[in-house]
Design a protein around this ligand. Sequence first.
Ligand code: DGY
Length: 312
Amino acid sequence: MKPEILLVEPMLDLIEARLDEAYLVHRLYAANEQEAIEKARPAIRAVVTGGGTGLSNDQIDRLPALGLIAINGVGTDKVDLVNARGRDIDVTTTPGVLTDDVADTGIALMLSALRHIARGDRFVREGRWAQGDSFPLGTSPKGKRLGILGLGQIGRALGRRAEAFGMTIGYWNRSPQSDTGWIAFSTPRELAANSDVLAVCVAANPATEGIVDVDVLEALGSEGVIINVARGSVVNEDALLQALRRGTIAGAGLDVFVGEPRIREEFFTAPNTVLMPHQGSATRETRIAMGEVVLANLHAFFSGEKPPTTVN
Ligand code: DGY
C-alpha cells in the first residue's frame, strides 16, 4: 500500500507524476476529490503545500497522523512551526535552489521601476508613442545606493547582482553579517534614509510584520523606490499606498501582497508601481529543483529518516 499524502496546490506535471509513482496523492485543489479526502484524513501522513499557502492549525488538527509538512518554497510564515514541533511534525522547505531566481526577480522589478518598463509597454500598445506623446525619463541604477532589508541568501544574491550595475550596497539584518564588505545600518529607518532603492528580502514572521512602516517610507524619501520580493505582510500597505499616492516615494516594484491573490485595488492605480503575481521562484528550472527537494524530504520521512531540510 502506498503511503497517503495531501497536495494542497498543483506542482509541475513531471513532479506530480513522480509523487503519484510513490504515493497515493489526494489533491486538495481538485473539486472531485473532496469526499475522498474526508475519508482519507486519518491516513494522511504528509502534506505538500506552497510557501505562500502553508497549512493552518485547523487543518493540522484534522490530520491526526500527520508527521511532515513539506513546504514547496522557503517562506514558513503560513505554518505555525512551534505548534508543528509540539505535535512532532517536521516542517521542511526548499532552501538554496530558488535564491538566484528570486534575486533576478528583484533586479527585474528594480529596473522596471527605475526605467518604467511596464509603463513603456502600455504606452506603445496604446498607440501613444505613435501619437508623439512624451515618455518620462528613467533613473540610472549606476552610482545609486541599494539598501537590502534582510541579508539572507536572497538578499546577498540581490546585492551581488546590484554591484554589477555599479550600485553601492547597504543592508540591515537582525544579526550582523560582516563578511560582505557592505555597509551595515542599525535600523530599517537608517537603512532607508541611506538608500535610493530599498529591497525587502527579510523573512516574514511576527517580528518583521509591518517593519516597513510610515517612518521607513518617509526616510526613503521622494526619490526612493521600494522593491518587495519577500512577503506583503512585511510592509505596511496603508503606509505604502499613501506614500505612492502622495509621491513621498518615487515608485515600487512588488511581487508579494497582503491577501494575495486578491490584492487591494488601490495598487492598480498607484503611480509608478510595477505589480507581479508572486512569481519570484517561478521558472521551470527552479520549480523542478524545488520539486526534487520536496521529493527528497518525503522519501526520507517515509523511510524513517530525518528529512534533510527540516526547519523546526
Ligand atoms: C517561497 O519560497 O516561500 C515563495 O514565496 C514561494 O511560495
